[in-house]
Ligand binder design. Structure first.
Ligand SMILES: [Zn+2]
Length: 265
């Protein structure tokens, strides 16, 4: 008899916390040397392996209390305990992959945003007004953070000048930077550390609609592009997030090389 073996749940290791500086996701915090997780012991210091931020213990938070510190700093993912939430996002990923014309990638993305419980993080070259609206609506409930490049000035004003309309939305733009090496070459959006969409598509409606014709499973053909992809492997989602979004976010952070773990004011 083939069914779901609950032992499979032991492999489910979702992100539980994120770094205060680069927002890198981590399932565990390792206070012992060579442990797993993004925030871990390195040469006796607790450090984020993505941005190298050192977490300095205090009388308020000892070395083994980093998880409590991150929770008190609101750097923890609250929806992680809800398996039903993970199931809903998994179903969205499955529906997008199936390539049903009645469930195009745009719908998958919009539904994922509407069901997001903790955050949506993205990197993109550009975005459309419709997508800005969708992100602003999402940011009424949760944190939406993004690093964008080549965005036009009117849209940038829409994102930066009216922050009070969507306080949960925080977008950092790279378009005025002449250094090509700092521009964004990977486009992705990560929902709650569980589901990601990645590929060359910008966050514009036309690019996302084009993506509808590039899923390999779509009936009647279409190109078999591997570049437009929905990711449901949690380990891969975390790696994608931490290698693309986090380094760019860290570069624009006001936090230095160390953070003293004191009570938040
Ligand atoms: Zn970090």
């Amino acid at each position: 008899m083939s069914g779901f073996d609950i032992e499979g749940l032991l492999k489910f290791q979702p992100a539980r916390y994120y770094c205060v500086k680069c927002l890198a996701l981590t399932g565990e915090i390792s206070t012992k040397p060579s442990g797993p997780g993004t925030i871990r012991n390195r040469d006796g210091r607790l450090e984020c392996s993505v941005c190298q931020l050192e977490y300095v213990p205090t009388s308020s938070y000892s070395r083994s209390a980093v998880a409590s510190y991150l929770a008190d700093m609101s750097c923890h993912i609250k929806s992680v305990a809800d398996l039903n939430h993970a199931r809903q996002l998994a179903r969205i990923g499955s529906d997008v992959r199936r390539g049903d014309p009645h469930y195009p990638p745009v719908r998958g993305l919009l539904e994922a945003l509407s069901r997001a419980r903790d955050f949506a993080h993205f990197t993109t070259f550009n975005m459309s007004r419709v997508m800005v609206g969708a992100l602003k609506v999402t940011a009424q409930r949760i944190s939406v953070r993004g690093a964008v490049s080549a965005i036009d000035s009117a849209l940038l004003a829409e994102l930066v000048d009216y922050r009070e309309e969507a306080p949960g939305l925080s977008v950092k733009a790279y378009d005025s930077d002449p250094d090509e090496t700092k521009r964004i070459h990977e486009n992705m959006i990560v929902i709650d550390g569980l589901l990601a969409f990645k590929g060359p598509a910008n966050l514009t409606m036309s690019e996302w609609r084009k993506a509808a014709y590039q899923y390999p499973d779509r009936e009647g053909g279409g190109s078999t592009s591997k570049s437009e992809t929905v990711v449901t492997d949690v380990e891969e989602v975390i790696a994608l997030h931490n290698s693309n979004f986090s380094p760019r976010w860290a570069r624009m952070s006001m936090i230095g090389d160390k953070i003293t773990m004191d009570f938040p004011r």
